[in-house]
Structure formats: C-alpha cells, structure tokens
Design a protein around this ligand. Sequence first.
Ligand SMILES: Cc1ncc(C[n+]2csc(CCOP(=O)(O)OP(=O)(O)O)c2C)c(N)n1
Ligand SMILES: [Mg+2]
Length: 590
Amino acid sequence: MGTAEPQVATTSTTTDAQSPVTDGFHLVIDALKLNGIDTIFGLPGIPITDFTRMAQAAGMRVISFRHEQSAGNAAAIAGFMTQKPGICLTVSAPGFLNGLTALANATTNCFPMILVSGSSEREIVDLQQGDYEEMDQLAVAKPLCKAAFRVLHAEDIGVGIARAIRAAVSGRPGGVYLDLPAKLFAQTMDAQAGRKSLVKVVDPAPRQIPAQDAVQRALELLKSAKRPLIVLGKGAAYAQADADLRALVEKTGIPYLPMSMAKGLLPDTHAQCAAAARSYVLAEADVVMLVGARLNWLLSHGKGKTWGGKDPKAWGGQKFIQIDISAQEMDSNVGIDAPLVGDIGSCVCALLAGLGSNWAKPPADWLRAVAERKDKNLAKMAEALAKDPTPMNFHSALNVVRDIIKVNPDAILVNEGANALDFTRSIVDMYKPRKRLDVGTWGVMGIGMGFSVAAAVVSGLPVIAIEGDSAFGFSGMEVETICRYHLPVCVVIFNNNGVYRGTDVNPSGGPDVAPTVFVKGARYDKLMEAFGGVGVHATTPAELRKAMEQAICSRKPTLINAVIDETAGTESGRITSLNPTSGKRNKSNS
Ligand SMILES: Cc1ncc(C[n+]2csc(CCOP(=O)(O)OP(=O)(O)O)c2C)c(N)n1
Ligand SMILES: [Mg+2]
C-alpha cells in the first residue's frame, strides 16, 4: 500500500519557520500543537500514513493501535481524563467506520473527542463513481456525534480544528467528527499566511454560571428535605471540581450515592457514602440532588419501584434538584423541581456559597436508617468476601483486587464485562477521583484495552483492567499495543468460559456449543507472552494476589488469566430484568 500513498510537499517542516511554503499535513499538526494537543491515537493507512510520521517527527506522541475502535476509545477516555479533546485518527471508509462506534459512545457519555478521518476524492464520492474507500463520511457521522465538519482548503484548517475543539469541550462535551479529504493534506500555501490562519482557541469551555434564583430554589428545596440524597454522576467526575464537591457533600451532611464512574470522587469508604444502601436510599429519599447524573436507565428513569413508585412507571413522589450543563436534560423522564443549569464547578461553588455557616444536617433518624442498612449490607458482603471456594468465584477474586486498589489508590481501574463489571463495581472501593473507567452509559463491551492504553499514556500511572473473558475479546489484540509501548497495564481476565457463565448447553443437542459458551479453560495468558509481556495463570486468590503485586511493582505489561467458577455468574449480571422474554412457549424456555 505504501507505494500508492499521495505525494506530499516535503520542503516544509513544522519547525522550519523560514520555509516559504507549508501544506495541509503541517497545518493540521501545527493547529493541534498550538492548542496544546500533543497525543494522537490512531491507525495508519491511505491517506494519513505520512501524517502520522510527520506528527511524530514534530514531537507529538502518536499511539498506533491494531483496530480503530480501540484508538477511538482511547481518545474518548483521554478526553474524559484531561478535559481536552482526545484525537483519534483513522483512514477512510472502513477505518472511519471502525472508529465511529467509539465516537458515538463518546457522545453518549459526554466525553470530548475528535475523530479525524482521511477521506476520498469529494468529486468522485459525490458522483458515486467508485473511488478507493468511497463513502460520504460526513453524512454518516453527523447523526452520531455532537458536531461534524469537513475542511476542503488548507487555509481553513486553522478554523476547522478550532471549531472541532470548541464543539468537543464546550457546553456538554461530546464526540466531533472532522473530515479531511486526501487532497487537503498535500495542498500548499505560503508558510506565513498558513501560520496566520491558525486559531488558538481562547477559553474553549467557558464557565456557565447558574442563575442566582435557580441556586436559591435548589437550596430551599434541599433545606426542606427530611430524607435528602445526593447522586454523583460521571459529569461530576469530569468537572474536576473535587474539593468543592467534597465540601458541599460534607457541609450538608447528606448521604450520597456515586454512579459507577463517580466512585472515588469522595472515597467509597466515606461515612456519608450510601452505595451499600443503594436500594434503600433511592426508594426512601424525599429530595434528591443529581450532580452530573442523568435520569436514564442507569437510574431507572427516576421512577418505578426503584424510586418507591407503586408500579414500574409510577413516580415515587420525591422531588428532584438537577445540576447539569444542558437545560435540555431537565424533565427528560420526570419533572425536575429545581433545575440548576450551569457547569458543575460553578453550580457547586454557588451552592456552597449559599449554604451559609449554620446549615442544619439532615434529620438524625434518616442518617441512622441509612447507616443501619449500610452496616447490614457491608457485613453481608464481608462474609461473602471471606469465603475461599475452589474454584475461585467473583467474590474471592475481587477481594484480592479490592486489597490491591486499597494499597494502590492511584492506580486506574478499567472495567468491563457483565458479572465481571457488576461485582467489581460493588466490591472494589475507589479512593480517588476519575480512577474508575468503565463501560459507561451504553454498557458497551470493547472499551477495555483502548481505555487502558490511554489511561497509562495520559497518566503514567499503573492501570488494572478487570475484564470479563467475553469483554476482553472485543479489544484483546491491543495487548500487543500495550507491550509495544511498554505500558504499566495489568489485565486480569475473569475467565468463566463464556458470556455470563460457561455452563449453557445447546438446546437442540447438536454439535455446536451454546451461543454464550467459549473454549473451556482458554489460556489468555499465552496471548500476552506472545508479545513479550508477562502471562500468569491464576487459579487461587493467593496466585492472583502475587501476580497483581508483581505487575504493579514491575510496571511490566501483564495478563493474568484468573480462573473463575463457570457457574458463578448470572445472565446479564445485575440487569437480568432488561432481557425480553419470549411470549411463545417452546421446549427451551417452557
Ligand atoms: C458491543 C457490545 N456487544 C455485546 C454486548 C452484550 N454483552 C453485555 S455483557 C457481555 C459479555 C459478558 O461476558 P463476560 O465479559 O465474560 O462477563 P461475565 O458476565 O462472564 O463475567 C456482552 C456480550 C455489549 N454490551 N456490547
Ligand atoms: Mg465471562
């Protein structure tokens, strides 16, 4: 393929200020660098191969993946961690499409990223004359992202990149598509004019200050509560308003519930954390303040039995305060009594200022009732964690992970799977903000290795990826990427021989195994060894603990194949009820 690459102007480099001409390649690199973007997650090929080389030559970190979806997931989570748009770079049509799932997932999760894709000749694509990798990528991307732009002329690159950056991070963050046709890269222009055409984005995500009357309304409602609750979402984690948020929670004394990626905003061991009494507080609270958390399916749409409603669609009678940057989020599922629209940092700051010095703590009987439920459930959990069955189950394996995170609170935990996800979320306490990265709003499989690579690249800290064996398969080839860049990633595969469990049988009695079952006793550890990493086969908690400790200490790419009882999981983990049931009775489901 290399011989078919477009010819490029080689007289210019990004560092050569004297060069009379520049070109599209260099203008894109210069525009990104001007805006503080120093890393690209991508996969080379026509028409962007030379671009990746030039970006690397210009001092950018270019992390090359084995599949664009992983590069896209890496860009998305880098955006979440840094509040700067993560850049994913792909080739045209198929590469673009491979990246698109990550772009759509980023948009759904409000992660700022820019999918930059090379594309084919506009004239040929638009006449559908059958170009190499022909596709109207802009049209395909548009409904799946927050904004989509195409740049046709070199002199517009500065504005194009600026618009993409601002769209990704301002207001509610999300995915942005930037279409760069092959011809654009080779276009030349006067170097000085080129430099002048670049735009350094000023204040890309301007603060959005909430209105004072909205702040007062929220405070009054909160003050009137007998059984208040705060729910922290990943929007609150994204905001990086950690100290103020903690002050707000502690000054009000209100029990709080962290959503999955908000775990660790305050340590999960905090006295006010009500995670272990989740079903009790959701059903019983009379005023709920949502901070960067949406009332989507993850919170049962704010109604039904979870919220104390009489039937699955009934409102439970509680009042809601919602802090969100998007006014449109309000009333999405139930009426919001006190909408507080603004960026989370500014909203939390305004609430703190309005609390005054004599804010009354919630009624003692509410706090006592929450504490009782919590203690009871934590005692039950401790009992389950203390068991040491053979083979290991999720609890005995996660007891180890829990200890490891406790002594390594800076390590980043990536997590996907069904049971492997749900048990990890409830068992493994997090102690610091933005340390838990997982499947997010969609519950999407395939984020594991992309998130792990980005987390390690962005932070330099050790990463622990707890992966269902099915979940791992979606991005497993990226263990080569992890080895290639010598990243301190320890992948732990909870191997229960399949999707949810490994015990299903083919109802027809035919020779194929059931659709949820994998090769029994697979040795995923060998996959890591193939690329020079450390592979460990662990069948006991002691072996798992030793291998994880060594991985953290050595920072060597490590994959631990943790053998889990194949009967231990449940269908769909904690979300079994979302499976439709067949109305038709037949042999297999009667
Ligand atoms: C992209 C995508 N495809 C399919 C699914 C459906 N799905 C949900 S969890 C899961 C895998 C669960 O198995 P595993 O990762 O082994 O976890 P376990 O429950 O066995 O611990 C699948 C395929 C999904 N969520 N996302
Ligand atoms: Mg499994």
